[in-house]
Design a protein around this ligand. Structure first.
Ligand SMILES: Cc1cc2nc3c(=O)[nH]c(=O)nc-3n(C[C@H](O)[C@H](O)[C@H](O)COP(=O)(O)OP(=O)(O)OC[C@H]3O[C@@H](n4cnc5c(N)ncnc54)[C@H](O)[C@@H]3O)c2cc1C
Length: 350
């Protein structure tokens, strides 16, 4: 039994924070899969039911309406929810379609928009709204936008891009504006966890998705999974990992032993920038730049012990894709090889 749904391939699904808000992605493209596909796969889809009890002892989940469904093996894929800010109950939180519709309507009317949080979602919404002619003010307590993953130099560059497009960025903000219904609060997400399982900033699972309870697996945003590549547990809140870890967990539930061992990868489109990131937010001790920061295409590698730990590329898809393969193959490259845009990183794989 699977609780929750599994996402489609990256790039196939428009995201609520860009294409849908900009009006370039139609509503029909938002559902995950056509219902017929589940029937073809002989998957029974139970919609409109919220599981309130996993039934770890009796091995049957119970829904809010009191229905029970027995399981032999259970997979929890209930994702995460937007982190709420106390006092901002009336504000907008972008997670589900109705909230995206409210933000879209506000943008279409050209109303001023305040955003709290200049992370991944806050920055994308700011870009979409300002491009539609809204006056946008963003409040962020860190010194740069997307600071946690970009760091100082790249964050400063991203700031300059938003400012050049007319976004008012209030960085190092020590207070937030008075609550209003025309505000988007985008301050991260909280995993949906369940009583009875080991939780540590996410449902703790191993490299094949096993939780602390026999026959109970978990996959996706709600988990903190063991990554053999990074040799630690990591929580990833992005599509490609949710999907591909999900595949691996499904296979493990069917008896396969292949572990999930990929480098997390995600991208963010803001204006004409495509920002791609590979890694798990772990610190590096050395930074190497390929190209020139501020003049896309360029990429920054962060290394630890000579191995690539994270990669951030601006309009530099090929470099990021190749570096990801190098990381997954656990290969090393010298500083000059990483720096030189003419050095094909795939040579490390030969
Ligand atoms: C606005 C926005 C923009 C994003 N853009 C990007 C992007 O550009 N790139 C990227 O890589 N990632 C992006 N993400 C992240 C990406 O959407 C998630 O990583 C991915 O959806 C996680 O998949 P999941 O299956 O783990 O969880 P979800 O997709 O959240 O699915 C969980 C499902 O479980 C259901 N559920 C929850 N609780 C219960 C329950 N008790 N009983 C039954 N069902 C339940 C939910 O209704 C939901 O359908 C974005 C996220 C948001 C919110």
């Amino acid at each position: 039994m699977l609780i929750g749904a599994e996402p489609r391939a990256p790039y196939e699904r428009p995201h609520l924070s860009k294409g849908y808000l900009l009006g370039t992605a139609p509503r029909e493209r938002l559902p995950l899969r056509p219902a017929q596909q589940y029937r073809d796969l002989q998957v029974e889809l139970v919609l409109g039911e919220s599981v309130v009890d996993l039934g770890l002892e009796r091995r049957a989940v119970e829904t809010r309406t009191g229905k029970r469904f027995a399981w032999d093996r259970l997979c929890i894929a209930t994702g995460s929810d937007a982190r709420r800010l106390q006092g901002y109950e009336e504000a907008l939180y972008l997670r589900e379609l109705p909230q995206a519709d409210r933000i879209r309507a506000l943008i279409e009317r050209g109303e001023p928009l305040q955003i709290i949080g200049a992370g991944f979602i806050g920055c994308e919404v700011a870009a979409a709204a300002v491009q539609q002619g809204c006056a946008v003010t963003v409040y962020e307590r860190a010194q740069e936008p997307m600071f946690l993953i970009l760091g100082t130099a790249l964050g400063r560059y991203l700031k300059s891009v938003h400012v050049a497009h007319g976004v008012e960025l209030r960085l190092n903000a020590t207070s937030t504006p008075p609550p209003s219904a025309r505000q988007l609060v985008a301050v991260g997400s909280v995993p949906r966890t369940h009583p009875g399982l080991q939780v540590d900033g996410g449902i703790v699972v191993d490299e094949v998705g096993r939780t602390s309870v026999p026959d109970v697996f978990a996959a996706g945003d709600g988990t903190k999974h063991f990554s053999p590549l990074f040799e630690t547990h990591i929580r990833v809140e992005h599509f490609q990992t949710a999907q591909r870890q999900g595949f691996a967990v499904g296979r493990a539930m069917a008896g396969a032993t292949e572990v999930y061992d990929e480098a997390p990868w995600f991208w963010s489109d803001q204006y004409d920038l495509n920002i791609q990131y590979v890694g798990a937010g772990l610190p590096g001790d050395e930074a190497i730049v390929r190209g020139e920061i501020g003049k896309p295409p360029f990429t920054v590698f962060r290394l630890r012990g000579g191995r690539i730990q994270t990669v951030v590329g601006f309009n530099d898809h090929h470099t990021v894709a190749r570096a990801r393969r190098v990381m997954e193959a656990r290969k090393s490259l010298s500083s000059w090889q990483l720096e030189d845009p003419n050095f094909d990183l795939r040579r490390a794989l030969a």
